[in-house]
Design a protein around this ligand. Structure first.
Ligand SMILES: Nc1ncnc2c1ncn2[C@@H]1O[C@H](COP(=O)(O)OP(=O)(O)OP(=O)(O)O)[C@@H](O)[C@H]1O
Ligand SMILES: [Mg+2]
Length: 467
């Protein structure tokens, strides 16, 4: 059976149709609309499926099990994790239909059409143009108002507490509209929150539907809201610390807010894929870009960190990417991830921001040190191919694939070791993080720092410089 969908985007001049898509059993075919090509807008379906690369030619993507739709659209299919609020809500919405879709791809396709707008980046997916026009029309008419906070959080808390029946999907869907929650283990929502100074307890948990710019006199901004689930108790505290450390290390890091509501830990991060006036900015993960460009790519394991460096270089031949800056940034992130016990810097936690003519590596997001949890204790989510020598030697060697001399790579690694010299102490000082997680992370990070070759005796907890 062929399935049809249309792609639209919001621009400063209003919604605009980008093109038509057909998905057959074997392939997805996408063609740009004449009006879109005529508009000269460079920001197409995906970085490697841009109007500059395809123009009037059809973009054809061979489907494979990991990609039942083109990679750029995968984010609209809610993940299957138990914590995926969106899938659970949409399951309930679909169940109310006269003829609910069959489990499997039918359901995923319908979920994509429910979830397919106002997500991360600039792509909106609809069943057809009429649905697009109706969808945008409804969004304009929706009266911005702050959500009924207490009822909402009560429902969410009960949901987190695994009481599925307590959640009223209609109420929440109404409050939030389509709220893509791409992948991930942490429940999250796309919302707008008051533009208050960032920090702890400065935001009281008020929010409105994503895209809201003002409630009364107060300015609102778009944010990604993460809700700490029980099985990852402490993740909000640890992620916030790592956001701070990345900012201190000179990375571009979005503002964030933390609040505790009824015992739930919330982390709101300002979205960087929206302009100040709320217009979407293209954003696409490394994962999506690599999978679009390489038919053999099926996951993080299909590459290694050095290949990532080389792929960035290749990308600069078909986009405006400054590969020198991009490679330097990613190598620095790689070193800092190693020094902080991140282990989770996979290809969906790295993205490109901007279309093919303005693309750069996106600011830092999701830098949580997941090695604190034994089930996530891997050195690097992107494989590192080891050669002879120490761990330190290997990490420095990897720098070459990022265009760096041995000396330059070594300086970066040492810089990251230096900025994290008090990291373990800061982890241990965190409140709201269970001791078991802190001790586990501390132990792992200390061993890792040791292997990275730069641990002075005075940095060890419980030891002092003598003499
Ligand atoms: N500040 C931001 N601005 C725009 N998009 C963001 C921002 N933070 C995250 N995103 C997007 O939302 C997605 C999900 O966020 P994030 O990676 O923080 O959570 P997660 O994937 O649930 O965490 P985990 O990787 O542990 O499962 C990201 O992959 C990214 O596409
Ligand atoms: Mg993530």
């Amino acid at each position: 059976m062929d399935r049809h969908a249309v792609i639209w985007m919001r621009t400063a001049n209003g919604p605009m149709k980008m093109g038509d898509m057909v998905v057959t059993e074997h392939e997805a075919r996408f063609a740009y609309a004449e009006e879109f090509l005529a508009s000269g807008n460079p920001d197409g379906l995906a970085l490697l499926a841009s109007p500059a690369l395809y123009g009037r030619e059809t973009f054809v993507f061979r489907l494979r099990p990991a990609f039942p739709v083109p990679p750029r659209l995968m984010q609209f299919i809610p993940g299957h994790g138990r914590n995926n609020l969106q899938r659970r809500l949409y399951d309930k919405v679909l169940a109310t239909r006269a003829s609910p879709p069959a489990p499997g791809f039918d359901t995923d396709w319908e979920m994509m059409l429910l979830a397919g707008r106002n997500g991360i980046g600039h792509i909106d997916v609809f069943r057809d143009d009429r649905a697009a026009e109706a969808g945008y029309g409804a969004a304009i008419k929706r009266h911005p108002r702050a959500a009924d906070r207490s009822a909402f959080w009560k429902a969410i808390r009960e949901d987190i507490a695994e009481d599925l029946e307590a959640i009223d999907p209609d109420q929440i869907a109404h409050l939030l509209g389509p709220t893509p929650s791409a992948g991930g283990m942490i429940p999250k929502l796309l919302v707008a929150i008051p533009d208050v100074p960032s920090g702890r307890q400065s935001w009281n948990g008020d929010f409105a539907p994503a895209g809201t710019r003002k409630v009364g006199e107060r300015r609102y901004i778009d944010a990604l809201l993460k809700i700490e689930p029980r099985e990852y108790e402490g993740v909000v505290g640890l992620e916030s610390l790592c956001l701070d450390i990345h900012r201190e290390s000179g990375f571009d890091v979005p503002r964030y807010w933390r609040v505790s509501i009824d015992g739930m830990q919330l982390l709101a991060v300002e979205r960087f894929d929206r302009t100040a006036s709320g217009i979407p900015v293209p954003m696409e993960s490394f994962y999506s870009v690599f999978a679009t460009g390489d038919a053999a790519f099926n996951g993080n394991e299909d590459t290694d960190i050095e290949e990532v460096g080389l792929r960035l270089e290749q990308l600069s031949s078909v986009t405006s990417l400054d590969h020198k800056a991009a490679r330097l940034m990613v190598y620095r992130r790689f070193c800092l991830a190693l020094c902080t016990g991140n282990g989770d810097m996979h290809l969906e936690n790295l993205s490109f921001l901007g279309g093919p003519r303005s693309v750069r590596v996106a600011p830092v997001y999701d830098p949580a040190p997941m090695r604190a949890w034994p089930q996530h204790n891997v050195r690097s989510a992107i494989p590192i191919v080891f050669e002879e020598g120490t761990f330190r030697d290997n990490v420095i060697r990897v720098g070459r694939a990022f265009g760096l001399s041995n000396n330059a790579a070594r300086d970066i690694l040492d810089e990251m070791l230096d900025v994290t010299r008090n990291y373990v102490t800061r982890v241990m000082a965190l409140q709201d993080v269970p001791d078991a997680r802190k001790l586990n992370l501390a132990r792992i990070v200390e061993a890792e720092r040791d292997a990275l070759g730069k641990i002075a005796p005075c940095d060890l907890p419980g030891t002092e410089m003598r003499g």
